[in-house]
Design a protein around this ligand. Structure first.
Ligand code: SAH
Length: 410
């Protein structure tokens, strides 16, 4: 892989010319090497020819079978993704490289992130920091470590040092996903504070305020990938609005700025409790309903309820290729019911965060639903994840979120 193909992978002078940090080498197959040459950063275990002396989380040099050096990678002894490339050069000092990369990720976002004190600071592969996610919620940083290499003590120390340098007075909390630690064969670990003592704060996106508590919620706390879509939806939303899969109410509370009435539904009671506190914080009235969204959409459409704006933001239905068909059926049903309930001139904001459902496929599902509902849909916006969740063009897996906004008429 040449540095020109994936420029972000190139390292500064610190890494160059020296032996890879741990001095281990992995050899990969031609198929694996070709994948790297195409700009991807993963090597699957099936393409690993040998990695005899590589231990969990080590930095290894990667060679093809002819002995040509392809770059440096982080090794996982358990993941199907055996190697995650971190540099086209030998890496002599992994912690120093980490600090450089975190600094670069922070700098990348400075000109891009607007009107919010909550956004993603590092997005794993997309920032050449495989397995590291750090989200900022005002004065609390919430981090997730997803690979053996990022869990190393020296990596953790480097990370904390760099975050401290950039955000001096900020608490750093770690969110542990127990099943991921299990998959990575890492010892169990509790979620908790790595620095500071603050456990809750209030963050603000586009003037809308939200409670954040390090001990509550899904993911690192909020779905920051939707942030720019909240603002986009607000530009078209009007009248009576329905937010389906509302979580802690981010779409609903943005819609409440411009809509006459907002109803929002989720199956998670803890999420709705925070949503209700968020509504109070913003002095907005939203009707929160705890229900299975599929049942509610069925009942409401059968009862002839009508809305002017509907947001659909379900969880990822297709976790893998195998569940694709079921997922597409789920998307179709939701979109069909939503379209039936929209008044002429209505707005549909429909999202999919399943990587395995591509944008073209998702558009086709909505098109199919529009034919069944006998509605005319005009595509107002074709959107993706917020810019602080960058999509690396040669690593398609970094792009997963689709958010389509339609004008709907009879
Ligand atoms: N729109 C939200 C994010 C939604 S994430 C935001 O922007 O913040 C998906 C949500 O769907 C989660 O809150 C989860 O609790 C909820 N959920 C999952 N399955 C559900 C179901 N069958 N019915 C209703 N809600 C469901």
């Amino acid at each position: 892989m040449s540095a020109a193909k994936q420029p972000g992978l190139a390292v500064g002078p610190r890494g160059q010319g020296k032996a890879p940090f741990e001095g281990r080498t992995a050899v990969i197959s031609l198929r694996g090497a070709n994948r790297l040459k195409s700009g991807h950063v993963w090597v699957y275990r099936s393409d690993l020819v040998s990695a005899t002396d590589a231990g969990p989380g080590m930095v290894v040099g990667v060679n093809d079978e002819r002995g040509r050096f392809l770059g440096s990678a982080l090794y996982s002894s358990s993941s199907q993704i055996a190697l995650r490339m971190i540099s086209t050069a030998p890496v002599a000092d992994f912690p120093a490289l980490l600090r450089e990369r975190v600094g670069a990720a922070i700098a990348y976002r400075k000109p891009l992130v607007r009107d919010t004190d909550a956004y993603r600071l590092t997005f794993s592969e997309a920032d050449f920091l495989p397995g590291l996610i750090v989200d900022r919620y005002n004065d609390i940083l919430s981090l997730q470590i997803l690979t053996q290499a990022m869990d190393r003590e020296d990596a953790r120390a480097a990370l904390l040092a760099e975050l401290t340098e950039n955000f001096a007075a900020t608490t750093v909390a770690e969110r542990v996903e127990p099943h991921i630690r299990e998959l990575e064969q890492l010892p169990p670990r509790a979620s908790g504070l790595l620095r500071g003592e603050q456990t809750s704060t209030i963050f603000t996106m586009h003037g809308v305020r939200f409670h954040f508590d390090v001990r509550e919620g899904q993911k690192t706390g909020a779905f920051l990938d939707q942030r720019e879509n909240y603002a986009a939806a607000t530009a078209y939303a009007h009248g009576d609005a329905l937010d389906v899969f509302c979580y802690q109410g981010a779409f609903a509370l943005h819609l409440a700025k411009v809509c006459a009435q907002v109803t929002a539904v989720d199956s998670s009671r803890p999420a709705l409790e925070v949503a209700d506190r968020n509504a109070l914080l913003n002095r907005h009235e939203v009707e929160w309903i705890e229900a299975n969204a599929f049942d509610l959409m069925k009942d409401y459409s059968a009862a002839g309820r009508q809305y002017d704006t509907i947001v659909l933001d379900p969880p990822a239905f297709a976790k893998n290729r195998k569940s694709l068909e079921t997922a597409l059926r789920g998307y179709k049903e939701l979109n069909l019911r939503a379209l039936k309930m929209l008044r002429p001139g209505g707005v549909l904001v429909t999202c999919s965060c399943s990587y395995h459902v591509g944008e073209a496929e998702f558009l086709e599902v909505v098109a199919d639903a529009s034919r069944d509902a006998r509605k005319t849909l005009r595509l107002l916006e074709r959107r993706g994840q917020a810019k602080d969740h960058p999509v690396l063009i040669n690593v398609p897996e970094t792009g997963y979120l689709k958010c389509l906004i339609f004008n709907v008429s009879n």
